[in-house]
Design a protein around this ligand. Structure first.
Ligand SMILES: [Zn+2]
Length: 249
């Protein structure tokens, strides 16, 4: 019986494996479709209270600036992976000067927090690097991969209780897992993959690849205080990345 269970588990894992755009094997217990629909719900639920507080896209100049950058990146993302032209891509600027973060959920639902722009004083080239990197995570299906790993290790089930920062927000289990997925760190291989693809996307969209290095330098300085930027808490140490990126650009 025990052997049967182990064999069943192994065959499940084999069936559930996928290959990323750079040829890496991924554990996939959650389909990309599930990740996309769960993300859609998580996105709407995350933005709703912020929107009611007037914190979403409340600076037309900044919204226009960020939208223009992400539109150029999305045009390249669609060329890199044509099926994503069917995605309902969206970017929102969230007014929270204390949050140094940005993300792109499965299906192209993006957000950038004003802290990343104001505290880090990011240039357009640097914003393009952050968003290119985040878009790459979505293109490579990293969110479904993280949802799968959470499920496989059952960490996700226990952790779902902590995903909602705001009490009273009801979310389906899948949406909560999708939200959790953007808050958990990616593995090192997924990060390297997102760096590689992100720099390529940004370069093809006309943004300077050297900004990938200056971005991490500036981000590291912001992280010098006692509050580490959220973005850095889910990403490898700036020093390690800078070296790897420096070798690339
Ligand atoms: Zn990343």
């Amino acid at each position: 019986m025990k052997r049967f269970t182990i064999l069943a588990l192994i065959s499940l894992l084999l069936v559930a494996c996928a290959t990323s755009p750079t040829g890496r094997r991924q554990l996939m217990l959650v389909s990309e479709e599930t990740a996309i629909s769960a993300s859609k719900e998580a996105y709407a639920q995350t933005l709703k209270p912020l929107s009611e507080e007037g914190k979403v896209d409340n600076d037309p100049v900044l919204t226009k600036r960020v939208t223009e950058i992400t539109e150029r990146l999305v045009a390249q993302a669609v060329k890199m992976r044509p099926a994503t032209s069917a995605w309902d891509w969206s970017i929102k600027v969230i007014d929270d000067p204390e949050v140094v973060n940005a993300w792109c959920m499965a299906g192209g639902k993006m957000a950038i927090y004003t802290g990343l722009i104001e505290k880090v004083q990011t240039t357009d080239d640097e914003i393009a690097q952050v968003m290119g990197h985040e878009i790459a995570h979505a293109l490579a299906n990293h969110q479904a991969e993280k949802m799968s790993v959470s499920m496989a290790t059952s960490v996700g089930v226990a952790a779902v209780g902590v995903v909602s920062d705001r009490p009273g927000i009801a979310m389906s289990g899948a949406a909560a897992a999708a939200l959790l997925a953007i808050k958990l760190p990616n593995n090192r291989a997924a990060e390297t993959e997102a760096d590689r693809m992100g720099i390529e996307l940004a370069a093809k969209a006309g943004y300077d690849p050297r900004a990938a290095v200056t971005l991490w330098e500036k981000m590291g300085k912001v992280g010098g205080g006692n509050r580490q930027p959220q973005f850095l808490s889910t990403h490898p140490a700036p020093e390690n990345r800078k070296q790897a990126l420096g070798a690339r650009v």
